[in-house]
Write a protein that binds this ligand. Structure first.
Ligand SMILES: Nc1ncnc2c1ncn2[C@@H]1O[C@H](COP(=O)(O)OP(=O)(O)OC[C@H]2O[C@H](OP(=O)(O)O)[C@H](O)[C@@H]2O)[C@@H](O)[C@H]1O
Length: 202
């Protein structure tokens, strides 16, 4: 399991990963959609497993969970977000519902987003975000690529002035990520932002 230290600089985030077996570190610089990444709090995220213990759990004032259907119970002006593969297969789960309701696969593919980036649609003033967490439908996301996608999601939300963001329990179904890891990751990445986040569950 990687220990991941995310350091946000005024230009762009640098991801430093250490493999806790060999303690090798390598810095992966990856560009965000542009270099004016907002100054964000230094985010130290230990290995996802240590996120579970209470000392690391954040009391995020801008994060809430709510039972309900993402499509029928979320405020109609709030942005929606879910996870997809780079091939936009969207053949099952909530992705299939997004495909049935909004389609626009050609428009999404034309944005040529890669793993760790976010494709989007704007329908009647509502943003729909598609976090690309893996290359192909038959793969599973890594914790690191999931986190990269969340970091980019915050960047894109701030770029478009999104103030309300609704999501299902992203990554916890077909993608088999732990709910604890997903919940704590969302809180860490959006900590300090003015974006109100609601995570819906059925
Ligand atoms: N209406 C609703 N309101 C609220 N919550 C709802 C809901 N409908 C379902 N949920 C819950 O939302 C969580 C995540 O549910 P999912 O398993 O779908 O998503 P995921 O993020 O784990 O996986 C993504 C990959 O699945 C697809 O791949 P395919 O191409 O289809 O093969 C994509 O393309 C990705 O690659 C689970 O708790 C569901 O109960």
């Amino acid at each position: 399991m990687f220990h991941v230290l995310y350091k946000f600089f005024s230009t762009k985030p640098t991801v430093i990963t250490t493999n806790n077996e060999s303690n090798d570190t390598d810095t992966l610089n990856y560009s965000t959609s542009n270099n004016d990444f907002p100054t964000a709090p230094i985010l130290f995220q230990q290995s996802p497993s240590t996120l579970y213990n209470n000392t690391n759990k954040k009391t995020c004032t801008n994060f809430q969970e709510r039972q309900g259907d993402l499509f029928t119970d979320s405020p109609p002006t709030n942005a929606l977000v879910h996870c997809v593969s780079q091939d936009f297969n969207m053949g099952g789960g909530i992705a299939r519902e997004f495909r049935n309701r909004f389609n626009s696969i050609k428009e999404l593919k034309s944005q040529r987003k890669k793993v760790g980036q976010v494709a989007y649609l704007n329908r009647d003033g509502r943003y729909l975000f598609y976090i690309i967490t893996k290359r192909r439908v038959n793969e599973y996301p890594t914790c690191e690529n999931f986190m990269r996608g969340l970091i980019e999601l915050r960047h894109v939300c701030e770029k478009f002035g999104v103030k309300g963001l609704c999501m299902p329990r992203i990554g916890t179904g077909i993608d088999k990520l732990s709910l604890d890891f997903v919940r704590e990751s969302v809180k860490h990445v959006f900590d300090g932002s003015d974006i109100q986040i609601t995570m819906f569950f059925l």
